[in-house]
Design a protein around this ligand. Sequence first.
Ligand code: ZN
Ligand code: ZN
Length: 299
Amino acid sequence: MPLIFCNVGWMKYYNGIDGDSIERGGEYNQHSTGHEVCNFSDNAGTLYGYVQPTGRINIEKLGASKVDEFIGGMTVVWTAGPVTGGTVVVGWYKDATVYRDAQIIEKPSKLQRKNGISSFRIKAPTSKAVLLPVEQRELVIPRAVKGGIGQSNVWYADKEESREIVRSVVALIDSGTPSPLPDVDCIESTLEGNPRFVAHLRRERNSKIVKAKKSATLRATGKLCCEACGFDFKEVYGDAGDGFCEVHHIHPLSKADGVVKTELSDLAIVCSNCHRIIHRSNPMLSIQNLSKRVSCQRS
Ligand SMILES: [Zn+2]
Ligand SMILES: [Zn+2]
């Protein structure tokens, strides 16, 4: 599937600026003009999307010939980054037509006119588009790393190193929408618009790596004691607590985001109480720091 990534300002609905807001981060978006505020506003069955490229959209990279003015049948992945950091997939158009240059919307809707939207660069049937709700914008697209999205708002993901990212995006599109995080130990409002934090929690719930950490710890110590307070579920709850603990990822997602390999040494065994306390602070507490606090309070 040929993909093109378009980065725009962060909004909840892209359905006009009223009742919404647009956020843009740093130099990444300095050329944007806010023309994307109606990217998911239906106009008689069609969406008219706007992205601010550097120059023209290089549709040859998508398979068009030099004389073509547009190319159809594209999948356009919309990305954005809230001020809380990280660039995530916010939605997509399938069956989209991508134009080399900005086009005039022939019959702008009332809403488009109200928002001063008169041109577009990409159009697609509304029925073929998905805008993810804010709490499901979890797929982080790495930036400033090899194979990751660069400084431009339009990205063709055509490098060998980008394959992994493309694969996860295609999986997301094929699966519809990601399942909500189970057992989220944080209030909704913390999660909302904080994709880095959501990605962090998702990594901690990756059952493969969690299992590996638990069995390595069991092999080494014979139990699963909280590294901050020493709590052992088995010791306190007997069989009901056998094999239970939570696993905390000690590094927050960095600027590079996304596809970061997790080593077992990046993980810590924690009890549920300590885990919540760790995540209650921003930036989160280190295991050492929490451990010190616990022993101070106890003595
Ligand atoms: Zn603990
Ligand atoms: Zn954690």
